[in-house]
Design a protein around this ligand. Structure first.
Ligand code: COA
Length: 330
């Protein structure tokens, strides 16, 4: 009954439009120097108005399916981690299902765990495949943060970008062969208000006044988020290594959520891992929320920087607060 789980392929997609820090200097009172020194970000991709999250998610998915050699019609599970859904409902995974021509009977749902979304999806899909109830899963992290930020708020709009990453997983008969070796997933709802979109849901239904005050846009207490992010991510990684009976020296790549170079460095330092083993692309894409981890995994896979049997430690942190670490045996 219980199964193993294999990674068959990855894919990613970044919208074409590049917006540099210098471009942002023309929109808000900021500077390339401020953004680079505080965050490590140099540029980000921004989606078109007529390019919804499901479209970039589908492009990443199609690439992952091609690499995996899997026909979309054979998928029986699609999970899209996103806080930028196409619509409140139906869920974005259903839109992706339609776009990629996946089996019209697959189970499809979206997961709203902010930047931790993809590692939550990896844990969830793995459990569903291991149970034997599902055979082939597509998991995606896809976000269009540019459509959630207040483009007049320099403290947040410079930090985010748009993008999507995908992974195809398959259940195998060898129960001892599982790509997800160990994981540590958490949330603390006492911090719902330090990183949020205050209005637009049932808590504060949208009104013209709330739109006027930009309460329908992302708000964040940057420094509080920073401190909690570092301590939580380091703790989750240490737990996962302990559970897997490994040390940080066994890890080929640490793939942290790409929110900010200073957070990434602090997590690397907290774990005592060599800088060369910490994957970084936040300079190119900024914080694409749940998409940062799968985009990074796809870049690693494409550049032949990882081979079968290597350990890749992913870790993420986001609104909720949510956080989690997932140790992958490639
Ligand atoms: N350009 C120029 N100045 C800016 C600016 C920008 N884009 N954004 C903020 N500032 C200003 C502030 O107004 C403030 O000015 P003041 O001192 O005159 O009031 C000054 O810079 C310092 O602001 P502060 O918020 O204290 O900066 P910081 O050192 O905490 O850095 C962050 C801000 C957002 C980069 C930092 O807090 C951070 O990285 N937080 C984590 C954010 C994150 O990654 N969240 C996502 C997690 S999933």
């Amino acid at each position: 009954m219980f199964k193993g789980v294999k990674i068959l392929g990855t894919g990613s997609y970044l919208p074409e439009k590049v917006v540099t820090n210098f471009d942002l200097e023309k929109i808000v009172e900021t500077s390339d120097e401020w953004i680079r020194t505080r965050t490590g970000i140099e540029e980000r991709r921004i989606s078109r108005d007529d390019e919804p999250t499901s479209e970039i998610a589908a492009k990443a998915a199609e690439e992952a399916l091609k690499v995996a050699g899997v026909d979309a019609k054979d998928l029986d599970l699609i999970i899209v981690a996103t806080i930028c859904p196409d619509q409140t409902f139906p869920n974005t995974a259903c839109h992706v299902q339609k776009r990629i021509g996946a089996s019209p009977t697959a189970m499809c749902f979206s997961m709203e765990a902010a930047c931790t979304g993809f590692v939550y999806a990896l844990e969830t899909a793995t459990a569903m495949l291991r149970s034997g109830y599902h055979k082939k899963a597509l998991i995606i992290g896809a976000e269009e943060m540019s459509k959630l930020v207040d483009w007049e708020d320099r403290s947040t709009c410079v930090l985010f970008g748009d993008g999507a990453g995908a992974m195809v997983l398959e259940a195998t008969d060898d129960v001892n062969d599982c790509a997800l070796v160990a994981s540590s997933m958490h949330a603390n709802g006492n911090y719902t208000d330090i990183l949020e979109i205050p209005a637009g849901g049932t808590l504060q239904p949208i009104t013209p006044e709330l739109i006027e005050s930009k309460a329908n846009c992302l708000r964040m207490e940057g420094q509080a988020v920073f401190k909690l992010a570092v301590t939580s991510m380091v703790r989750a990684c240490k737990k996962v290594l302990k559970d897997a009976n490994l040390t940080i020296d066994d890890i080929k790549w640490l793939v942290p959520h790409q929110a900010n170079m200073r957070i990434i460095s602090a997590v690397g330092k907290g774990l005592g891992i060599e800088t060369e083993k910490v994957f970084v692309n936040v300079n190119k894409y900024a914080n694409t929320s749940s998409a940062t981890v799968p985009i990074a995994l796809d870049e690693i896979a494409k550049s032949d920087l990882v081979k079968g049997g290597d350990y890749v430690l992913t870790v993420a942190f986001g609104a909720g607060l949510t956080w989690g670490a997932a140790l992958i045996k490639w």
